[in-house]
Every structure is written in structure tokens, then in C-alpha cells.
Design a protein around this ligand. Structure first.
Ligand code: FES
Ligand SMILES: [Fe+2]
Length: 359
């Protein structure tokens, strides 16, 4: 069984079995990814009543076909995208509709997922029943960003509260998605190796020369919360780009170059003076994952400055080292490492949560 000592000064890192054995990758589907809250898009994708957009929940892994919709009253829903008759997929691309209509035999649903009509079903007994409606999943909204859970084990607030409290002063409605600044990276490493690398700033001076010249490594801090944590990067020099914080911010007076929030199990919310880079790490295989970088720009003028200036370069440096670790952990001579108490609190926190959810 997986076990990580709660005392970081005594703990060994999680067993390499977690990354290498296929039964863990399979168990992780239900125990971690179905149970937690996952990013599914933003409200601009369903701006007006009648808009629907399909979402494949963790493509190439859980592959659950979902649908975001905005009903006539303006309410947002996350629905199953599978027809309750014989299982046809309902919506294939974003579009504006009056109702959701199955192309196979004409079953219709309201935009809130309620069954509306079915041809040739007069003689069918006990019809329609509750399970002829589309399954309606819970939706959590933070700013304009939407999340759902297939089988929530804890309330969404528990996953996001600390982040929301910390940055709630930002004008989220002015954050605009920029596809040309967004990218998908295919990484040849287990999804958890990618996350645990993100969770420590320990490697910054060794791996990221450019970032290291901007971030004050000596004052880099990690704060742990129940299902998330925050790495706070302060600007090194007085002329480096940092947030213009309002007095209501808990960080007022600090020269914050970047807020690096990680939210269990696989999401990163990196706030920079220019806006937000959301990173979602999606398992795609035993030693592969896809990382979506989604850029939401708030202040165009600050785009190419400071800690968030060159995300692609930093990503290439991270991928390189994480792919080397993927090769290294297969070694017969490596089973566990230890943690730096000062610098690897975030990685230890992540491993502890993995063992908690897997047990
Ligand atoms: S599968 Fe949708 S109406 Fe038959
Ligand atoms: Fe890094």
C-alpha cells in the first residue's frame, strides 16, 4: 500500500509503484479524478441562453462525454452528452439551440437536461421516468471558470476557497481567453511527476536560469491548504514587474511577481500581472500526459514582462527534467527519495493527498 509519513522530516517520497504500475493508473480514475472537481471551461463558451458546447471530461483517460449549456433563464448546466434512449452522443460542436435533439431517433431534451419528447413511445410503460432525463452534474463557478465533479467527495469550496479569498480583488470579467497564447503540451511522463515538479521552487535556480533572474529565491514561500497550496514568487529587483496590489489584498506591501496556486489533483492557476495561465494536467497513459496551458489576459501591456513573460521557455525546461525523471524512476536502484523540509513542502503535501485518496 502507498504510504507517506505526515512528518516531512521523517518521510520518504511516494513509492515508484504509483507511477509505474498500471493498476494504480486505473484506480486513480475513480479514486482521484472522478472524486475531485475538474476544469470544464468558461462562461464565455456559453455566453447566451441556448448555447451548448460539448466537453470530453479528461479525454483519452476518463473520456466522459459532457455538455455545457445555458438554458432560457440564463442558468448554466453541465449535463451528460449521451442520449438516454440508446446512447447516441447528442451535441458534437458548440452551437445555439432551442432544445437538445438526438439525431438518431429524435428524442428531445430541454436545455436543462429534462426529457421533453420522444416519437413512437406511446405504448411504453412507466415512461418517461427520472432516468430519461440527462444526468445533471454539479457546476462550480469561480470567476468565469467552470468546474464539475463526476462523483464529488468533498464540496468544491474546500478545493478552491483559499485561492478565491486570496485573489478575489481581481476583475475576473476582464480576463479574456487568448487561443493564440494557449497551447497543449504532450509530455512523456506520468501526470503526477509533472505535478510534483510544479510543486517545488527548489529547482528554479538549477533548471530555470531566466526565471531565476526575476524571482527572489530566498523569499520564495509555500503555503499549504486542505486541497490546494500556494507558492508565492516575489520579484527580485525593484524594476521587475509585480502586482499593483490593493490595500484589501492580504499581500499588500509585498512585491508579488506571481501567485502559483495548485488545486488538487491536477490544476494550476498562475496569476501574473498580465492575467492568468491555467494549466490542466491530464493523464493519457502510464508514462504520458497532456498539459493544457490556457491564457486569460487582463492587462495586455504587461504581457511580455516579469515571471509570466516566457511561459513556453519555462515549460520546455520543466518538460526536459520531468521526462528525465520518468526514465530515472524505472531504475532498479531507485525506490524512494527524501524531501527538503524547507523547499519541498508542496510536493510532500501532494504525495500525502495521493495516499489519502488512494487508500
Ligand atoms: S439514441 Fe437518441 S433517440 Fe435513440
Ligand atoms: Fe519548473
Amino acid at each position: 500500500m502507498l504510504n507517506v509519513n505526515p512528518d516531512i522530516s521523517k518521510a520518504q517520497t511516494i513509492s515508484t509503484d504509483f507511477y509505474l504500475k498500471s493498476e494504480y493508473l486505473e484506480l486513480t480514475k475513480e479514486k482521484i479524478f472522478a472524486n475531485s472537481w475538474q476544469f470544464i471551461g468558461d462562461t464565455d463558451q456559453i455566453k447566451e441562453p441556448g448555447w451548448v458546447t460539448p466537453v470530453n471530461f479528461l479525454e483519452n483517460y476518463l473520456n466522459e462525454p459532457l455538455l455545457l449549456s445555458r438554458d432560457k433563464q440564463g442558468e448554466v448546466h453541465c449535463l451528460s452528452n449521451v442520449c438516454t434512449h440508446r446512447g447516441n452522443l447528442l451535441v458534437e460542436r458548440p452551437c445555439k439551440l432551442n432544445d437538445i435533439r438526438c439525431k438518431y431517433h429524435g428524442r428531445r431534451f430541454q436545455l436543462d437536461g429534462k426529457f421533453a419528447f420522444m416519437p413512437e413511445f406511446k405504448e411504453v410503460e412507466n415512461f418517461p421516468a427520472e432516468n430519461d432525463n440527462l444526468t445533471n452534474l454539479p457546476v462550480f463557478k469561480f470567476g468565469k471558470w467552470l468546474f464539475t465533479s463526476l462523483n464529488p467527495k468533498h464540496p468544491a469550496e474546500d478545493q478552491f476557497r483559499e485561492m478565491i479569498d486570496r485573489v478575489s480583488w481581481m476583475p475576473f470579467e476582464d480576463f479574456h481567453f487568448r487561443p493564440e497564447l494557449s497551447q497543449e503540451y504532450k509530455v512523456k511522463a506520468h501526470w503526477a511527476l509533472y505535478c510534483e515538479n510544479y510543486l517545488e521552487g527548489f529547482h528554479i535556480p538549477f533548471v530555470h536560469a531566466g526565471l531565476n533572474s526575476i524571482i527572489d529565491y530566498g523569499n520564495y514561500t509555500t503555503e499549504l491548504f486542505r486541497y490546494s497550496n500556494l507558492q508565492l514568487g516575489l520579484a527580485k529587483e525593484n524594476d521587475e514587474m509585480c502586482f499593483d496590489l490593493p490595500s484589501t489584498s492580504p499581500d499588500f506591501g509585498k512585491r508579488v511577481a506571481g501567485y502559483y496556486f495548485w488545486v488538487f489533483p491536477n490544476m494550476m492557476f498562475n496569476f501574473y500581472p498580465w492575467g492568468l495561465s491555467i494549466n490542466v494536467v491530464k493523464p493519457t497513459g502510464q508514462s504520458t500526459c497532456t498539459v493544457s496551458f490556457l491564457s486569460y489576459v487582463w492587462d495586455e501591456n504587461k504581457l511580455r514582462q516579469g515571471a509570466g513573460a516566457n511561459l513556453h521557455q519555462v515549460e520546455m525546461e520543466d518538460e526536459d527534467v520531468v521526462e528525465h525523471v520518468q526514465k530515472g524512476i524505472r531504475s532498479r536502484f531507485y525506490q524512494h527519495g527524501r524531501y527538503s523540509v524547507k523547499m519541498e513542502k508542496g510536493t510532500h503535501h501532494f504525495h500525502r493527498l495521493l495516499t489519502e485518496f488512494m487508500s
